[in-house]
Design a protein around this ligand. Structure first.
Ligand SMILES: C[S@@+](CC[C@H](N)C(=O)[O-])C[C@H]1O[C@@H](n2cnc3c(N)ncnc32)[C@H](O)[C@@H]1O
Length: 200
């Protein structure tokens, strides 16, 4: 990592420090911070990040859980390689990358999670149900949704699965950006973050 301040210990790595691929979505820093906070990670957490994309969550979680294990699940081969490169870039060694499509690939993962993060996948309900079956008791789940339909599906799943201590928050943040001669505030894409616990 070429940033002169690296390594620092706070989560919320600036977006431009990650390698990116055109068209591959990435959780922006402000949203990522919210998401990581809702995961309530411990140093030895075992996290499944389903739909890991650019790999920002595995990198942040890998650094926060030095005694833990992060399983980054990504269906796209090229994107899975990007996750590996981003982990290498930040010296993160405790991330296992599973190249496969959820929910089918979840069956073969060796480490059972006590945290699940779900940011990808059309059928949120099917994936969440399968992940929930693997999640340890006292475990936490965090799901993001950017559309009303996604929010509805996630909310209905939480209810069906009897997720406890549910919290839902929608981000609304703006960043100062240069536009020509002016500096204006541009909104960071608003996202719903739903989280809760498995108690029974
Ligand atoms: C919104 S992006 C995740 C962004 C990520 N949090 C980051 O910050 O880089 C969603 C990712 O989920 C992957 N995906 C979608 N459906 C999936 C599935 N069923 N199984 C595994 N990965 C999936 C997509 O290929 C995409 O890379």
């Amino acid at each position: 990592m070429s940033s002169p301040l690296w390594p620092y210990v706070t989560p919320g790595i600036p977006d431009d420090l990650f390698e990116r691929l055109p068209g591959i979505p990435m959780s922006q820093r402000e949203v990522r911070l919210l998401l990581v906070s809702h995961l309530r990670l411990c140093s030895d957490s075992i996290l499944w990040d389903i739909g890991a994309g650019t790999g920002t969550i595995p990198v942040e979680a890998g650094l926060l859980c030095p005694k833990g294990r992060i399983v980054a699940i990504e269906r796209d081969e090229e994107v899975a390689s990007l996750i590996r490169r981003n982990c290498d870039r930040f010296g993160v060694k405790n991330v296992e990358i599973v190249e496969g499509s959820a929910p089918e690939c979840l069956e073969n993962i060796q480490h059972r999670p006590n945290r699940v993060c779900l940011e990808g996948g059309r059928s949120i309900k099917t994936i969440l149900k399968a992940a929930w079956e693997h999640l340890d008791l006292q475990g936490r789940v965090v799901v993001t949704a950017s559309s009303l339909e996604g929010l509805y599906a996630a909310s209905e799943s939480f209810s069906e699965l009897q997720v406890r201590n549910i919290e839902v928050v929608q981000s609304a943040m703006n960043r100062l950006e240069k536009r020509g001669m002016n500096q204006t505030f541009a909104s960071v894409d608003p996202i719903f973050v739903l989280s809760g616990e498995k108690l029974e």
